[in-house]
Design a protein around this ligand. Structure first.
Ligand SMILES: Cc1ncc(COP(=O)(O)O)c(C=O)c1O
Length: 392
C-alpha cells in the first residue's frame, strides 16, 4: 500500500490494540504497568526493551497524541506534556545551561516572557528580543553564547508574522536551535520544521483540543532534541494525564476540518470588520491589507482563527466594546468552537508598561477575537451590535 497522507495517519494512528477490540482507543488510566518477571522489568529500566513503566515516563495515550502531532508536523519525534507552558519550560530546561543566551521574538505568549525575564536569569540564562517585522536586525542580535532562538508566528495578539525561512537560514548558518510556538497556525496551516525550525511547540489546550475542555502541551521535532526534552520531563514530572491525552488525541482526528472552518469564518469576519466605521487596523494574515500578506501566503496555507482590530476610544473604548458583546465569550482562552473576544490592554497585557505594549503592536483599543465555529453571520451580528452600543 502506498504511504498514507499525514491527515489519514492523524485519524488512524492508535496507541495499542486492545484484546477487547474497541474501535475507539481505550483510556490507559493507570499509574504504572506490570511485568512478567524481574528480567523484563530490569530490561525495561535499562532501556533495552521498549515498555511502559510508569505514567510519569510514558503512557500509551500520551504517546499516541505525540505521534499524531509528529506526523502532522513532519517531525522525527515528539513528546506531550501537561500544558503548553510545560512544553516551553521543559524545552528551555533541557537545551540550555547556565551562561547560555536565548534570542526570542518580542511578542511571545505572556508566561513565556515570565520564564525568560524572571525565572531563567536566576540560573544565568539571558535573552534578547528581536522584532518580527525587522528581519534585517536579527543577525546582529546573535551573541557568542546564543544557543536557542524562540519564535512565535503569527504573534499574539497583534497577528504579525516571523519569516521562518529567513530565521531558519540564520539559525543554520550560526548553528542555533530554532524552536517555534506553532499554537496559532497549527500544523494544518504552518509546518515550521519544513521551513528550517528544529522544534515546533503547541499549547494543545488551544486548537488541538478545540473545545475548551482540557490542558495539554506538545513538542515535536529533531529526535536528539526531543530525547533530551523527554529525559528532563521523565525526571521532573510535567506529565500529561492519560485522560487529557485521550481527549486531545481524539480531537486531532478533526483538527484539519475544524481549522479550515475556523479560517473561513475568521476571513469572513475580518473582511466585514474592514468595512466598519470606527474600526481600524484589522489584522488577519490572509487579508491582502496585512503588511506581510505575501509572506503569509508563502509560509501558511490558511490564516487561522485569530483576528485583531482597533476600536475607537482607546482603553475605555475597548472595555465598552467588551461590555457590549452578547454572544461571544469573555474568557482567557482561544481556539475554541465558541468565539472569544479579549482586550489585551486591560487584561492579559495590563502588567506591561505602555511602551512595551506598543512595541508589540498592542494599542489601547486593540481587541482580539478567536473566531469560532458558529455561523459567521451570528458572530458578525454580535460584533455589529457591540460596535454600535459601545460608541462613546
Ligand atoms: C501561543 C501560546 N503559547 C503557549 C501557551 C501556553 O499554553 P498553556 O496555557 O496550555 O500552558 C498559550 C496559552 O494561552 C498560548 O496562547
Amino acid at each position: 500500500m502506498s504511504e498514507r497522507k499525514p491527515q489519514t495517519e492523524a485519524v488512524r494512528i492508535q496507541a495499542e490494540v486492545s484484546p477487547h477490540g474497541e474501535h475507539s482507543v481505550p483510556v490507559y488510566l493507570t499509574s504504572s504497568f506490570v511485568f512478567d518477571d524481574s528480567e523484563e522489568m530490569r530490561a525495561a529500566f535499562a532501556d533495552e526493551i521498549d515498555r511502559n513503566i510508569y505514567s510519569r515516563f510514558t503512557n500509551p495515550n500520551v504517546a499516541e497524541l505525540a505521534e499524531k502531532i509528529s506526523v502532522l508536523e513532519g517531525a522525527e519525534a515528539g513528546h506531550a506534556m501537561a500544558t503548553g507552558m510545560a512544553a516551553v519550560f521543559t524545552t528551555f530546561g533541557a537545551l540550555l545551561s547556565s551562561g547560555d543566551h536565548i534570542l526570542a521574538c518580542r511578542s511571545l505568549f505572556g508566561s513565556t516572557h515570565t520564564i525568560l525575564e524572571k525565572i531563567l536569569p536566576r540560573w544565568g540564562i539571558t535573552h534578547t528580543y528581536f522584532d518580527a517585522s525587522d528581519p534585517d536586525s536579527w543577525a546582529d542580535k546573535v551573541q557568542e553564547n546564543t544557543r536557542l532562538v524562540f519564535a512565535k508566528t503569527p504573534t499574539n495578539p497583534a497577528v504579525d508574522l516571523v519569516d521562518l525561512e529567513r530565521l531558519g537560514a540564520l539559525c543554520q548558518e550560526r548553528d542555533l536551535i530554532l524552536a517555534v510556538d506553532n499554537c496559532f497556525a497549527t500544523p494544518v496551516f504552518q509546518r515550521p520544521l519544513k521551513l528550517g525550525a528544529h522544534l515546533s511547540l503547541h499549547s494543545a489546550t488551544k486548537f488541538i483540543d478545540g473545545q475548551g475542555r482540557v490542558m495539554g502541551g506538545v513538542v515535536v521535532g529533531r529526535a536528539d532534541l526531543v530525547k533530551k526534552i523527554f529525559d528532563l520531563a521523565r525526571a521532573t514530572g510535567p506529565a500529561l494525564s492519560p485522560f487529557n491525552a485521550w481527549v486531545l488525541s481524539k480531537s486531532v482526528e478533526t483538527l484539519e476540518l475544524r481549522m479550515e472552518k475556523h479560517a473561513q469564518n475568521a476571513l469572513t469576519v475580518a473582511q466585514w470588520l474592514e468595512t466598519q466605521a470606527g474600526v481600524s487596523d484589522v489584522r488577519y494574515p490572509f487579508l491582502p491589507s496585512h503588511p506581510q500578506y505575501e509572506l503569509a501566503k508563502r509560509q501558511m496555507t490558511g490564516g487561522g482563527a485569530i483576528v485583531s482590530f482597533k476600536v475607537e476610544g482607546g482603553l475605555e473604548g475597548g472595555r465598552r466594546f467588551m461590555d457590549a458583546v452578547q454572544m461571544c465569550s469573555l474568557t482567557a482562552n482561544l481556539g475554541d468552537t465558541r468565539s472569544i473576544v479579549s482586550h489585551p490592554s486591560s487584561t492579559t497585557h495590563s502588567k506591561l508598561a505602555e511602551a512595551d505594549r506598543l512595541a508589540v503592536g498592542i494599542t489601547p483599543g486593540l481587541v482580539r477575537i478567536s473566531v469560532g465555529l458558529e455561523h459567521p453571520d451570528d458572530v458578525i451580528a454580535d460584533l455589529a451590535q457591540a460596535l454600535e452600543r459601545s460608541r462613546g
